[in-house]
Write a protein that binds this ligand. Structure first.
Ligand code: SAM
Length: 245
């Protein structure tokens, strides 16, 4: 199981929601740590060899695909909830979206990418793996795409521009179903965001914005957050209750 670095305490209101059955499916009532208890080897070995080989190549890129442990947590959460609607911000070349589509065969995936070349590569991958019918691949800036989305998502993977995480949080929270999970990648960035490593001068702004994101999710009584040591830090945030009317 992945090491838990920080835990944002669930609120009394959230516990009440769980007790009264506001979380419809059993997966949503599981403790957040159980939802994150993925077996990386088992999760990845269920994926096609071709996708695993492509992921290995992508790990060396400038905007690498999610770490193995991160992908395993996402797949485990997607299957356990189970997620029927998934949103990914930052498609890259489509490896994580494709893996989620394969692992969650009843899920519809919406994934957003601002780079035309990567978006085209992702669409080719979705077609080649036979999941294009369940994956809506948007070539768009995430800010615009977030504004245009309707309805609730059970799982959101936030893997786009790190400095925007905190600005997009209110919209992402509104798009989450109750009991749904927002997974934000790279939230520690080499230890810069939580002060455990000195921040290079040019990275001070992004480190500060990520620190604000972590403070925001951990300080929100309607959210419950675990920070996992996966890749460069994975913040797993569950929405405990609907916003007051
Ligand atoms: C780390 S990569 C995504 C990797 C992918 N999620 C995966 O696990 O395979 C981040 C991606 O976010 C995209 N991106 C950056 N800014 C964006 C924005 N404003 N809107 C949409 N995508 C953006 C980049 O082009 C890049 O492909």
């Amino acid at each position: 199981m992945n090491e838990v670095l920080l835990r944002g305490a669930p609120s009394a209101r959230g516990e009440g929601a769980r007790r009264t059955g506001a979380f419809a499916a059993a997966g949503r009532a599981a403790p957040l740590s159980a939802l994150c208890a993925a077996d990386t080897k088992a999760e990845l070995s269920a994926l096609p060899a071709r996708l695993l080989a492509l992921r290995e190549g992508a790990k060396q890129g400038r905007d690498p695909t999610a770490a193995d442990e991160t992908l395993a947590v996402l797949l485990h959460i997607g299957k356990t909830l189970p997620a029927r609607r998934v949103l990914e911000i930052g498609t890259g070349e489509g490896y994580t979206a494709a893996a989620l589509a394969l692992a969650c065969p009843r899920a519809e995936i919406v994934t957003v990418e601002a780079d035309a070349v990567r978006c085209a590569a992702a669409r080719r991958l979705f077609a080649a793996l036979g999941v294009a019918g369940r994956v809506t691949s948007l070539f768009a800036d995430a800010a615009a795409a977030l504004g245009a989305q309707q309805g609730a998502f059970d799982l959101i993977f936030l893997d786009g521009p790190k400095a925007q995480y905190v600005h997009w949080l209110p919209r992402l929270k509104a798009l989450l179903s109750v009991g749904g999970v927002l997974a934000a990648d790279d939230v520690l960035l080499y230890g810069w965001a939580d002060g455990s490593a000195p921040v290079p001068y040019k990275r001070r702004s992004i480190a500060a914005r990520l620190g604000e994101y972590l403070a925001a999710v951990q300080g929100d009584a309607e959210l419950e957050t675990l920070l996992l040591r996966c890749g460069e830090g994975l913040a797993i945030t569950r929405k405990l209750c609907a916003a007051p009317a």
